[in-house]
Design a protein around this ligand. Sequence first.
Ligand SMILES: [Zn+2]
Ligand SMILES: [Zn+2]
Length: 339
Amino acid sequence: MRAARLHEYGEPFRIEEVPDPEPGPGEVLVRIGGAGVCHSDLHIAHGEVPGVLDGPTILGHENAGWVEALGPGASGFESGEAVIVYGGWGCGMCRVCMSGEEQLCDTMRWGGLGPPGGYAERYVVPSPRHLIRIGDLDPADVAPLTDAGLTPYRAVKKVAGRLVGGDSALVIGAGGLGQMAIQFLGLLTPARIVVADVSAAKRQAALDLGADAVVDPGAPDAAQALGDATDGKGAAAVIDLVGSDASLAFAAASLGFKGHLVVVGLAGGTVPFGFFTWPPESVLTGSNWGTRTELEEVVALALQDKLTLQVERAPLEAINDVLARLEAGQVAGRAVLVP
Ligand SMILES: [Zn+2]
Ligand SMILES: [Zn+2]
């Protein structure tokens, strides 16, 4: 089969013929219908995420397609069924896994972040439990839901039960994940939705998706604008999808009393947390991808046609060009590679 493999950090991906993968006992072979191109793959290709490459490696962790073959002992799906793949592969046996939070398992492996992923014609999934049926949806349209949908969904669920009418929720970063976070806040909470992004185009995209107000965090009057947008109370919840020093400082300054700041972005920033540097009784937490159950919930919303996901399709061979455009901020929604 054809696959895009990364041989060394800092090099372009190479399109190569590799042996067809075979599903072992309990495993499932999935034919890729679409593989979302995530910003983390840029960090990996640049060598900023240690331990992913082990020889030539097939990345791609946002995958959907069709069941092609079941390994010995695997059951529950028919060949040809359209599925989306949950990417966090835990042991399946520990307390964490049994609760569905496989992405937090001690032994967790991400397909496409070590084990071969979806930048190929086919890949092997370790168990049918990682597959969710998508009915008539096109795999290439929904593949990004496995990360760009699931990750902000979990972050929104962490605060959704606390938000009441009159509260404001601030989303920092209106790229692929932010555009989904806006929709989940609208579907799950009564909060006024405020979005911060330095890009005017992304602020407009946020308004188009239902944001009530937008703020340019780089503008000199950003603090005043945020105050106006939140009725002078600050945000009851902040979801930081960037995670840089600058975005976290803006997040902390935007948080109201007893607010919740959820850090999702991987930019590696830090923020001082202390009695005198933090709004009274406010909570700081992280959010790590999502659970199998949460992915099922996200897929259910897609099946009800309640989500707008801007997808730009490209052939597998275009992977290096797609990554370059992603790095330059030229991909409006999510790019999906179709082999
Ligand atoms: Zn990702
Ligand atoms: Zn486990």
